[in-house]
Design a protein around this ligand. Structure first.
Ligand code: AMP
Ligand code: TRP
Length: 337
């Protein structure tokens, strides 16, 4: 039995990731690296949120393989099923029941104010109700485990505020049950795209996947936007505005970063050279991920087994919480007989 998971003094943590298939540099640096660190200090639950993914362009033909691929990615970047619980959201249908309960307390006005809703709803002629209610399901994902901390990227902070509001409102109406979880956002903030876009994301095609081989990594990084004012190779650069330099800072070792900074400021190292170093560092960081992924792909039953035990652990807690929520809301009607 895993002692760490049994340790009641450890704070409970939950986070979720959409099954986009492969993890990329942005969600790895912006969130997952933190998930891996946290598994040693908290009782962590990590969910592949397939029910969130069926909104928008979720293709039913590829969703199953994207879900399993995401599990392989999570295992490959270093999540250890001995230390944390990895599961698929739709395997724990209790989230949905709690989400309906939260629909009765969450104000529509708050949902309409969510930045992600405003951005995404602009793409639809007819906005699906699920897009508005998405953060309610996210709140249920978190609160069904009574999680106290949620490691997420910068863009999810607002959803966490809403989650706290929902917990507060529900507790005020029905009695104390849910904690008010805090977002744990890495200091790196939002990772900008290689094209200079404010968000690095797979759908914008401005990133590199963690299983990319050398050539693919280089073809992404080669064209990355640097300091727009640096025209010639020997112009002095401004590392503080250069996205390639901020990626160096996230990936390289301290000595190398200082050298690169000095050479850039002096105009003694050109951008192409600087990108080559970054590309090599990324390839080296990714190499063990590719190896691990190969191992898991060759033993897919092991992955399925891990997701099953993850589901069982998650479901046990989810059922307990739901039972209490039902009682408090008067839905356990048989109890009067
Ligand atoms: P997603 O891949 O959109 O499901 O996001 C998974 C996690 O990675 C969430 O916590 C996001 O906030 C985080 N994330 C995704 N892209 C970025 C990015 N470009 N910068 C920082 N965090 C990110
Ligand atoms: N909305 C999150 C994203 O797009 C994914 C997510 C779903 C999540 N449920 C969650 C994140 C619960 C943290 C906790 O990245």
């Amino acid at each position: 039995m895993n002692k760490r998971i049994e340790d009641k003094s450890r704070k409970r943590v939950l986070s979720g990731i959409q099954p986009t298939g492969e993890v990329h540099l942005g969600n790895y640096l912006g969130a997952l690296r933190q998930w891996v660190e946290m598994q040693d200090h908290y009782d962590c639950f990590y969910s592949i949120v397939d029910q969130h993914a069926i909104l928008g362009d979720g293709d039913p033909a590829t969703l199953p393989s994207r879900t399993v691929e995401m599990a392989i990615s999570l295992l490959s970047v270093g999540l250890d099923p001995e230390k944390c619980t990895i599961f698929v959201q739709s395997d724990v249908p209790e989230h949905l029941e709690l989400s309906w309960m939260f629909n009765t307390v969450a104000p529509v006005g708050d949902l309409e104010r969510m930045t992600q809703y405003k951005d995404k709803s602009a793409r639809y002629d007819s906005i699906p109700a699920g897009l508005l209610n998405y953060p309610i399901l996210q709140a249920a994902d978190i609160l069904i485990y009574r999680a106290e901390a949620v490691p997420v990227g910068e863009d999810q902070k607002q959803h966490l505020e809403l989650t706290r509001d929902i917990a507060r409102k529900w507790n005020a109406r029905y009695g104390e049950l849910f904690p008010e979880p805090e977002a744990i956002v890495p200091s790196v903030g939002r990772i900008r795209g290689l094209d200079g876009n404010k968000k690095m994301s797979k759908s914008l095609g401005n990133t590199v996947g963690i299983f990319s081989e050398q050539e693919e990594v280089w073809s992404g990084i080669r064209t990355a936007v640097t300091d727009p004012q640096r025209i010639r190779k020997d112009d002095p650069g401004r590392p503080e505005v250069c996205n390639v330099f901020s990626l160096h800072r996230l990936i390289g070792d301290q000595g190398k970063i200082s050298d690169i900074e000095i050479q850039c400021l002096a105009g003694s190292r050109g951008c192409v050279d600087c990108k080559k170093i970054l590309s090599d560092d990324v390839v080296n960081q990714f190499a063990p991920f590719r190896e691990k992924a190969e191992y898991y792909r060759s033993d897919i039953n092991q992955v399925l087994g891990l997701l099953e035990s993850g589901r069982d652990k998650a479901r046990k807690i989810a059922r307990d919480t739901l039972k209490e929520a039902r009682q408090k809301m008067g839905l356990d009607w048989r109890s009067i007989f």
